[in-house]
Every structure is written in structure tokens, then in C-alpha cells.
Design a protein around this ligand. Structure first.
Ligand SMILES: Cc1cc2nc3c(=O)[nH]c(=O)nc-3n(C[C@H](O)[C@H](O)[C@H](O)COP(=O)(O)OP(=O)(O)OC[C@H]3O[C@@H](n4cnc5c(N)ncnc54)[C@H](O)[C@@H]3O)c2cc1C
Length: 564
């Protein structure tokens, strides 16, 4: 695989590029004529513009997990410009819970061989050994670098790897969080490491351009049909600017959560709402496609489940609303998820990313061809509300909060149905006769499982994760027999889309022909990297790969000769 651009090929192409520049003159003229159909938006531009507005060795698009690549670049002596569409750096990463999944860190005893076995299983064939090896080799170095350059201290969080039943998994070993109060050791959310990194980046001479949206890549053709990336066209306060990237461009613009067309095209499990910030509209992925990038993992998301009303409201407002998520901590004791045929469809106490796949299990093969489990119902009894809120009816952080944001004795919101019998509840849910029979039989079976302490249908409660990771109930099977009964519509939601340009162990974007796209890197949800791979390693399993491969991208780009 190509790692570098040879001096010889560079010179030959430079001549071609210069000729293009003379002929094509202004880039904006090039923009208009590039459109292949009326209304189409060009996503790559072949040809070198006559003038550049900014220039740096390394240009970073987006300031979320990619901030780590920006900081690494300036710390190692490269000049760097970071283009961020919002008016603050940090992206969704700054709003995250702050967990970062770092095997073999300096704060707990771990074993690299065990980590590799676990990660290989979690990847499920959708990553490479080289990617997993580099993740393990550089994870700890990456957070120690953030400590050294940005002063962030870390502490182990008592989190269970999300597939703790799999070989090599651990508890309270691999998830770290940033300490935000040195005196007490209290840990904080993602801003505990994004803000210090952004500050250190500018202190070390990096340029952060806020309210600046990358629109397309500037590239020139190579003899083998690929394109070499030379810079970025962006809009800064409505003005078009050309940003020259002497060594490379790192795409870290998040996923396609706010791009309806891409979601309809790619996602296997329709997921109407998201946790990502409103600027994540897929542009970074389209830019990579514009220079021939291979895509990977486009059908997957970082999954979760939401009450439909809360999720829809947040999506309409384009707001990151953390109250979308608590459902995943409320699926405990006497509750279950029911599809429109009155049946359960997953282990409701599994990790959020795992139960998301349950929503995709099944479609009707006639009529509307509807998804069997989308939307579905969260169903529970008063006993669950009481337990979830704690014995005195008051929510605690460990209990996952009050269900639906109200205390156990209060009236639920109007979008929650309640009834004194299961039959009455089924009628309010609109279940037909057969589905009502299924539902009542399902509850009877569930209550029997609860009495016996085992769930042969979905194995709820068998994994250590189910049984009591932090915020989880110790006993997640209790009979559902204390009226009133409640039901609320739930849907799958995206913590973020997972797919993007395929990348390798250095964060380099791969071309559809299997070679690299020269000088182009991607990280976070802008890359088709995953955790790495398909499922979710554990708390911090999304931001950690973003930060690690941003870090590795900067290391790799530093080795390149400047193209100019
Ligand atoms: C409440 C909450 C809790 C979470 N907790 C955790 C957790 O503890 N651990 C974990 O691993 N994950 C967690 N997640 C998920 C995690 O936050 C995301 O998966 C991760 O932050 C995505 O990183 P990213 O770099 O891809 O995107 P972002 O951090 O969103 O960065 C992308 C940036 O690119 C910018 N951008 C977009 N388009 C452009 C453009 N064209 N030009 C320039 N800039 C652009 C965006 O404005 C944004 O700033 C949580 C999410 C939420 C909301």
C-alpha cells in the first residue's frame, strides 16, 4: 500500500496541475462549471486555484475528536488550521459523557493480548488486525499526550466493557474520564478534554477558524486515476475561501445524522433522531467520495433507543438533548419492549448499541412491508417506576432518573398510556386481538422467567453488564404484576452514524481501488472505522477511535513532503 508520494510523480503532476490552474483560472468559475446537473453541488474540485486565502501543513475539518490530530500536528511542529462550522470548538465530543475507551492505559492493570482478543470479536470482521494493533499500541500514548500538552488528568471509570461475556473483556479497566476538579478527583464530560485541547492548539500556534464550513476538497489527478488532495474550499461567514494543505487534510466533520437522503440510502435500521450536533450533515463523507474514497460500514449506527416524542422534538429543534437517552437505563426489573405483534424482540438490559440491532430484526413481507419492531412500545408496571425512582420515590443518578422525567407517584406525560389491566393497556396501544393475546402470554412468560431468575428467550440478566454495571439494576428481572401498567412508543435512535470513508491503521482514507487517497485522512464519525469494527467496545468506544486515529493521522502526515 502506498504510504507516500514519490518526488518523481509529484513533479509530473505539478506540471499538470499548473496547466489546469492557468486554464481554469478562478476556482469559483470552476465550481459552477463542475456541476454535473442543475442544482448539483460539486464535492471535489480538480485544479489548483490561482490564490489561496490560508495555508498550513495540516488542515483539519471539524473540531470534535479531530482536535487531537490538530493538537498533535502543532505539537510536532507542523502548521495547522482547523475549520469548524459551529461558533465553538468541541462538537458533539464536548457534550459527550467524557468516557474514552483506552485499553492498556496507565491507570489500571490490563493485558494487550486479552484486549486484542476482545476487540477482534467486537469488530466482527469489519476491521483489520493492523487497525486493532495500532489502536492498542497508541491508545495510552494518545491520552498521555493530551495530559502532557493540554494538562488533562484522567481517572478510571467503573464501567463494564459492553460485551463482558466475551473473552478478554474487563470491568473498571479500560474506560477513562477527564478529571475536572483536581481537589476532589471529580470527573467531567467531554468538554473536560476538548476545551483544554482547543486552548493548547491555539497556544501552540494553531489557527482555529470558527463559523467556517468546509465545502469540498481541492485535488489534482494522478496518473493512475486517483486524486491527490491539496486543500479545502470552505465558506467563512458566507465568503468562499481556499485553504491550502501542504501535507494533508484530516476530515473530522462527523457523520450524516442530519442528511435525510443519505440516511434513507444507507441505514439498515431507520433511526429518526440523533445525539450529534446539527452541523453533522454528511458533507465530510461526500467530500471523501468526491476524490474516490471507498465507503465502509454505512449501514450501521452507534445505536440506542428513545421515547419517540422526546426524540422527534430534539430532532426538530436540531438540539442535542441528553434526556433522549435514559430509556436505556430504564429497561430494568418489571419492564419490557413489545413490538406491534405483542412480542419482545431483544435483551432490553443489554448495552444500548447492542439492543439497537433488535429493532432491525424483522420486516413484514406483505402489506406495508413495515419493520416489525419499529416503532415499538416500552411497557412497565408501577413496581418498575417505584424501583427505578428509588425506595422513597426520588430519582438517583444510579437509578437512571425518574421514568419520563416525572417522579414515581406523579402523573406520566400525556404520551404515556396507562391502564389497570394488560387488556385495557393493549386496547389503548391499538393492538389487535391476536397481538393482545401474544402480549398477555408474553407477560405471563416473562413473570415466570422473573420468578425463576432466567430469561431463556433473550437471556436478559445473564451478562454482568445486564446485572449491574454502574447505573444498572442488580436484578433486571422482576414480575410485571403491579398495576397500573404503562406503555410509551419507542424508536431506535442514533448516537451517531458509524459509516464513512474506509480508513487504514494510519487514519489514511482508502480509494475504491484499495490504495490510499494521497494526503487524505478521516476520523470519528466521518470515517468508516467503527469502534474499530461493528459493535461497541465499551463506554468511550466512539470518541476513543476518533481521537486515536486523528492522532495517528497527524503522525503520518508529518512524514510527507509538502506538495507545493
Ligand atoms: C450526551 C452524549 C453523551 C455521549 N457520551 C459518550 C461517551 O461518554 N463516550 C463516547 O465515546 N461517546 C459518547 N457519545 C457519542 C460521542 O459524543 C460521538 O460519537 C462523538 O463525539 C463523535 O465525534 P466526531 O468527532 O465524529 O463528531 P463531533 O464531535 O460532532 O465533531 C464533528 C465536528 O465537525 C463540525 N463540522 C461538521 N461539518 C463540518 C464542515 N463541513 N466543515 C467544518 N466543520 C464541520 C461539527 O460542527 C463538529 O464540531 C455521547 C454523545 C452524547 C450526545
Amino acid at each position: 500500500m502506498e504510504q507516500d508520494i514519490s518526488r518523481r510523480s509529484f513533479l509530473g503532476i505539478a506540471a499538470a496541475g499548473a496547466a489546469t490552474a492557468v486554464g481554469a483560472v478562478g476556482l469559483s468559475a470552476c465550481t459552477d462549471s463542475d456541476a454535473s446537473s442543475p442544482g448539483a453541488t460539486p464535492i471535489s474540485s480538480v485544479g489548483i486555484p490561482e490564490t489561496w486565502d490560508y495555508e498550513a501543513d495540516f488542515v483539519v475539518v471539524g473540531a470534535g475528536t479531530s482536535l487531537t490530530g490538530a493538537l498533535k500536528a502543532v505539537a510536532d511542529g507542523m502548521s495547522c488550521i482547523c475549520l469548524e462550522a459551529r461558533d465553538v470548538p468541541g462538537g458533539t465530543t464536548s457534550l459527550s459523557g467524557g468516557s474514552v475507551w483506552i485499553p492498556c492505559n496507565d491507570y489500571a492493570q490490563d493485558d494487550a493480548a486479552a484486549a486484542k482478543i476482545y476487540m477482534t470479536k467486537v469488530a466482527d470482521g469489519l476491521s483489520t488486525e493492523a487497525i486493532i494493533d495500532n489502536y492498542i499500541a497508541y491508545a495510552s500514548e494518545m491520552i498521555n499526550f493530551i495530559t502532557e500538552k493540554a494538562g488533562v488528568q484522567w481517572a478510571i471509570a467503573d464501567r463494564t466493557d459492553y460485551h463482558e461475556q466475551w473473552e478478554g473483556a474487563t470491568r473498571a479497566v479500560r474506560t477513562v474520564k477527564p478529571i475536572v476538579d483536581a481537589a476532589t478527583g471529580q470527573t467531567g464530560n467531554g468538554s473536560g478534554y476538548t476545551q483544554p485541547q482547543a486552548e493548547a492548539f491555539t497556544a501552540l500556534g494553531g489557527t482555529m477558524l470558527l463559523k467556517t464550513t468546509a465545502e469540498k476538497l481541492i485535488a489534482r489527478p494522478l496518473e493512475d486515476g486517483r486524486q491527490e488532495v491539496l486543500g479545502v474550499v470552505a465558506t467563512e461567514d458566507g465568503k468562499t475561501i481556499n485553504v491550502k494543505a501542504n501535507k494533508g487534510v484530516l476530515l473530522g466533520a462527523g457523520g450524516f445524522d442530519y442528511n435525510e437522503e443519505m440516511k434513507a440510502q444507507y441505514l439498515d435500521i431507520p433511526s429518526p433522531c440523533t445525539f450529534m450536533v446539527e452541523t453533522c450533515d454528511g458533507k465530510g463523507i461526500l467530500m471523501a467520495q468526491g476524490v474516490g474514497a471507498e465507503l465502509a460500514m454505512m449501514c450501521y449506527g452507534w445505536g440506542n433507543a428513545a421515547y419517540k416524542v422526546i426524540g422527534d422534538e430534539a430532532y426538530a429543534k436540531r438540539a442535542v438533548d441528553a434526556s433522549i437517552a435514559p430509556l436505556c437505563y430504564q429497561s430494568d426489573t418489571s419492564s419490557m419492549w413489545i413490538n406491534r405483534y405483542g412480542r419482545r424482540f431483544c435483551d432490553e438490559a443489554a448495552s444500548y448499541d447492542s439492543f439497537w440491532y433488535g429493532f432491525g430484526n424483522g420486516r413484514d413481507t406483505t402489506g406495508e412491508m413495515a419493520y416489525t419492531n419499529i416503532p415499538a412500545w416500552y411497557v412497565c408496571d408501577q413496581g418498575n417506576r417505584n424501583r427505578n425512582a428509588g425506595g422513597d420515590g426520588v430519582a438517583t443518578p444510579d437509578s437512571g432518573g425518574n421514568i419520563w422525567g416525572v417522579e414515581a407517584k406523579a402523573e406520566p406525560p400525556e404520551w404515556v398510556f396507562q391502564a389497570d389491566t394488560l387488556e385495557e393497556l393493549a386496547a389503548k396501544m391499538g393492538l389487535d386481538e391476536l397481538s393482545t393475546e401474544n402480549f398477555i402470554a408474553q407477560v405471563e412468560r416473562f413473570n415466570k422467567y422473573a420468578a425463576e431468575g432466567t430469561d431463556p428467550e433473550f437471556h436478559r440478566g445473564e451478562s454482568t453488564f445486564d446485572q449491574g454495571g454502574p447505573g444498572r439494576p442488580a436484578d433486571c428481572l422482576e414480575p410485571m404484576n403491579t398495576p397500573p401498567y404503562y406503555a410509551a412508543v419507542i424508536v431506535p435512535f442514533l448516537q451517531g452514524t458509524k459509516g464513512g470513508p474506509k480508513t487504514n491503521e494510519f487514519g489514511q482514507v482508502l480509494h475504491a481501488n484499495g490504495d490510499i487517497v494521497p494526503r487524505l485522512y478521516a476520523c470519528g464519525n466521518n470515517a468508516g472505522c467503527g469502534t474499530p469494527g461493528k459493535y461497541y467496545n465499551g463506554a468511550g468506544g466512539t470518541v476513543a477511535p476518533g481521537m486515536i486515529f486523528a492522532y495517528l493521522s497527524a503522525i503520518d502526515a508529518a512524514k510527507l513532503d509538502s506538495w507545493a
